[in-house]
Design a protein around this ligand. Structure first.
Ligand code: G6P
Length: 608
């Protein structure tokens, strides 16, 4: 999982590439590099470390000056982060940047070694540069690429420079994202649109194994046989501002603040005459009546959104829902078939495991629905039906606004399904939809109280271990609160169903260990309070997130964050999660960590 960029045009190429890489840093940031034609010679600068290290190196060594080049930001898979393993990789005649994984690189490396190629890095990507060189003859780059991709197994998006063609950037893809930007007298390739959004909104999506050739005259596309193909030009709906920090210190806090707005917009996009309507996506009432089971497949935060949805769908529509981690689902020989609906939830629409789970479900005859934030992504395009969440570009590695819009859409599916199956009346459908719409106000209220979250964070900043507990919807939120906290603060944290803690894990509770209890669900509040008392009795520092007015017996709670909202219990996760996001964010900042780029992580995980 890495980010690639490429440019040809009149601007200073180094600047365009570095600018683009900055927008793609969410895809990986353990090393970076660029290769630019300077007076017809390829000049490569690359280094281990984030982009600021790279910028420093460019200042020290001098930036390549030219108008045509490629760049890369890396999340290491094969070979540790190091200068030599950084991209671009070159063998003299061919220089490449690669996002993806070449699964047969060992065999290819053996073959190429026999042919006399010498490898300097431990990466799988270097074999691509050598293989391209091997097939490059008679000054024919197109043929070299066509022959090379026949041999490659795995996934790739490649930006390629041929030494003999100082005025061209080639590219191709399979499985990994590659977007071509078409500007006025300039062209771009990138792993994601924000990398070139500043320069053009016009973009083209190459299909698997199509080849892109960009030169001063524009862009040409070729199919696997080398024949020219006409491509549709799309216009990006995102604007530049949404992919920038706009005065906020981090993308994460900006994205937290955007939630009231993006939740409202997402709801509006699928609500007609006051009720959810998915007919545009192809999801009719007849279908919603017919499904025997629902599976939700996803990873990370998106999977946690699926858990909230499970409670909502089962409660309202009385249809069994299984939420499965996509990496498990794809290998568990799942019992899924034509009467089932499989919902793949994903921010990026690129996550390899989620994509594979979706493909498997399709093969087995299930109907598939993608709930995805990136319209042009593989998952959005592959599913039978697609609902677009309108979070806009989410840059911070820790997902926030993508999660809230996912649960908003999944609630609406639950409402419509319950109505279609006769479990709720038309009036109730309208009431629930209106409530959900109002959730934006409650979300805003929580964001306005960020200082309280900051205060809670100040109590967590030096702890080593902590726990989240809750029941039903509160358990789903505990899982997300815990993930958010551990990914950006590096504090060890676990989330437990509140009733389960006593079956072992309570042994870890000792004096002053924080236990964040989410206690918003009135039907099981008394039970959750008992669990809070159990941990309190063992010395825990109990922090409660509860409805305003919730009463606890004396000394049970050390700190409380009151959620003051008219929302039904079922919808209270929307504002509550924002408090958990803010607590994680401020704890991260207080610990001196960059919440946008936590160690070892990347945002779009295109590897298994
Ligand atoms: C990565 C990210 C998580 C995200 C997960 C699923 O692990 O760090 O924040 O939840 O992938 O990503 P997706 O794009 O499919 O929602």
């Amino acid at each position: 999982m890495c980010g690639i960029v490429g440019y040809i045009g009149r601007r200073d190429c180094t600047e365009v590439l570095m600018d683009g890489l900055e927008k793609l840093e969410y895809r990986g940031y353990d090393s970076a590099g660029i290769a630019v034609f300077e007076n017809d010679v390829i000049k490569t600068v690359k280094t281990q470390g984030k982009l600021d290290v790279m910028r420093k190196k460019l200042d020290e060594e001098g930036s390549p000056s030219g108008h045509c080049g490629i760049g890369h930001t890396r999340w290491a898979t094969h070979g540790e982060p190091s200068d030599v393993n950084s991209h671009p990789h070159s063998n003299g005649r061919v220089t490449i940047v690669h996002n993806g994984i070449i699964e047969n690189y060992i065999q290819l490396k053996e073959f190429l070694t026999e042919k006399g190629y010498v490898f300097v890095s431990q990466t799988d990507s270097e074999v691509v540069a050598c293989l391209l060189d091997y097939y490059y003859s008679e000054r024919n780059p197109l043929r070299a690429i066509m022959e090379t991709v026949k041999e490659l197994e795995g996934s790739y998006a490649l930006g390629i420079l041929f030494k003999d063609f100082p005025d061209r950037v080639y590219a191709t893809r399979k499985g990994s994202p590659l977007i071509v930007g078409k500007g006025e007298g300039e062209s771009f390739i990138a792993s994601d649109i924000p990398a070139f959004l500043k320069y053009t909104k016009n973009y083209v999506l190459p299909e698997d194994d199509e080849i892109v050739c960009m030169d001063e005259n524009g862009v040409e596309f070729f199919d696997v046989h080398g024949l020219p193909v006409e491509k549709e030009v799309n216009v990006a709906e995102w604007d530049v501002e949404r992919a920038q920090k706009c005065g906020y210190p981090h993308f994460m806090i900006k994205e937290i603040h955007e939630q009231p707005e993006v939740v409202r917009q997402t709801i509006e996009s699928v609500v007609k005459d006051g009720v959810p309507d998915f007919s545009e996506a192809g999801l009719t009432d007849e279908m919603l009546r017919g499904f025997e089971r629902i599976f939700i497949v996803a990873c990370g935060t998106a999977m946690h959104a699926g858990i909230v949805a499970r409670y909502a769908i089962e409660k309202l529509a009385r249809v069994p829902v299984t939420v499965e981690v996509a990496s498990e689902f794809r290998y568990m020989d799942p019992i899924v078939g034509k009467n089932d609906l499989v919902i793949a939830v994903s921010q990026s629409g690129e996550t390899a495991d989620t994509k594979a789970a979706l493909e498997l479900s399709k093969e087995r005859g299930a109907k598939t629905l993608a709930v995805v934030n990136v319209k042009y992504s593989a998952i959005a395009r592959e599913a039978d039906m697609f609902i677009h969440t309108l979070a806009g570009p989410e840059i911070a590695v820790a997902s926030t606004k993508a999660y809230t819009v996912q649960i908003a859409v999944l609630y609406l599916i639950a409402f419509r399904m319950a109505f279609a199956r006769g479990k709720i009346s038309g009036e109730e459908l309208k009431r629930l939809t209106a409530q959900l719409y109002d959730a934006s106000k409650s979300i805003q209220d929580i964001i306005d109280r960020k200082a309280e979250c900051q205060f809670i964070a100040s109590k967590l900043v030096n702890v080593e271990n902590l726990f989240f507990i809750g029941r039903s919807f509160d358990y789903a939120l505990s899982l997300e609160g815990s993930l958010k906290l551990k990914e950006i603060t590096y504090i060890h944290s676990e989330a437990y169903a509140a009733g389960e803690l006593k079956h072992g894990t309570i042994s870890l509770i000792e004096d002053k260990v924080p236990v964040i209890t989410v206690a918003t669900q009135s039907d099981i509040l008394a039970k959750t309070i008992s669990n809070m008392e159990e941990v309190k009795a063992r010395g825990a520092m109990v922090i409660a997130l509860c409805r305003k007015g919730t009463e606890f017996s004396a000394d049970t709670v050390d700190m409380r964050f009151d959620i003051d909202t008219p929302l039904d219990d079922m919808l209270i996760p929307l504002p509550t999660v924002c408090a958990l996001q803010l607590i994680a964010y401020y704890t991260s900042v207080l610990r001196g960590i960059d919440p946008d780029k936590p160690r070892n992580l990347a945002k779009a995980v295109t590897t298994e």
